[in-house]
Design a protein around this ligand. Sequence first.
Ligand SMILES: [Zn+2]
Length: 449
Amino acid sequence: MLDRRSRFRGKAVVILAAVILAVVVYAFLTIMELTPPEAEWTSSSEYLGREPSISITAADTGTGLRSVRVSVVSGKSSTEIFSKDFTGVEPPAGDFSIELTPDLKKLGIKEGEAVLTVEVKDLSLWRSGNTLMREYPVIVDTTPPRIELISRDHIVFVGGSEAVIFKVSPDTESAGVRIEDRLFQAYGGAFEDEDTQLALFSYPYDLKTGKSFFIEATDMAGNVAIRSLSVLVKAKEYRKRQIGLSDSFLESKIPELLGTAGIDATGDLLQDFFLVNKDLRTRNEALIASFMSSSTPEFLWDGRFLQMRNSSVEARFADFRTYKYKGKAVDKLYHLGVDLAAVRKSPIESANGGVVAFAGDMGIYGNTVILDHGFGLFTLYSHMSSIDVLGGDGVEKGQILGMSGSTGFAGGDHLHFGVFLHETPVLPLEWWDGRWIQNRIMRKIDDAR
Ligand SMILES: [Zn+2]
């Protein structure tokens, strides 16, 4: 029969054994854990260009990371592009992430199908670290697209438009004409051969003189080819104009414009004018640009663009306006369209065939219609009293879009008409000129066909 003491001793032994087991299990799990680490390559494309940026993250929740290795395996040859060993150094706390930008061509990696491998080990003593191997199938492409210029004789006025035709290699994803930070997108679709592309471009009215044009093409692997484009740039004089602001005009417009836009008035007429002419204008113009960011890859227009019937030009494109209030200059900006006036509530015709990209209220521009004519070409009609079309409608040349008016920040009944190449406003005069369209655009297309 067991006495109380030995019963107690028996219990103690069991408890001690349990504690030892727990310590051993804990030690095993911490220094000899069996859970492998995690690793991931995040990429939106399976293509690796000449200098791809490769983002790798790795982590181990147990003992921590021992090593990370990244390689490109092409056929039988494996090229290491990154290797890091954490033994003897402090392993990273939390996720380890690295952005690699190897030069795959310099490393001698062959083009074509390959595998990106990410190998990570942890510090577990079990089998000298648990290993995780991730394998991502990739396509290595280190050759930039080819660009072959087809059209000749490129002339553009400052603020005006011009066309160029060029051919790119089939793996090209996007191409266009670059000047400084602006890229005028090129489109296939004007020719049977999809690799032959046309770009409409401008020497922007507000750009300093002496800047150069380039044709740029990017392939699916992100390789960029750049070719210089020689263009004869002709100077154009734009006018300076003064706009007088009267209290009665401001009082009749400002409170309504601020109210509709949900902007709190300050109570000071001049400060409220700034809220309209600067803040609200910036907001409206950003919204207009957003409706011009993508365009139909088709010519929806034909021949010259129509000028509003029986209209006189009240303000020209790129007039540099100084706003005067009580005799003092208070604001300055470019007028980015032409103001056309006829009789009140005149019908506004579509200048050419297109699709309605926007129809509705646009703050200082009032009731506005934006038409997409394809290939990045847009027209804008503002200050209308009424609109007869809806977003998405196809319109024919001369179709009535609505009636003229003085909605938005307009003093009297007129049409503010703008022509844009994507978000860049251009000289409308050229697009009203059938001979200019024939010489600058259609002739180049005919020659290339
Ligand atoms: Zn205007």
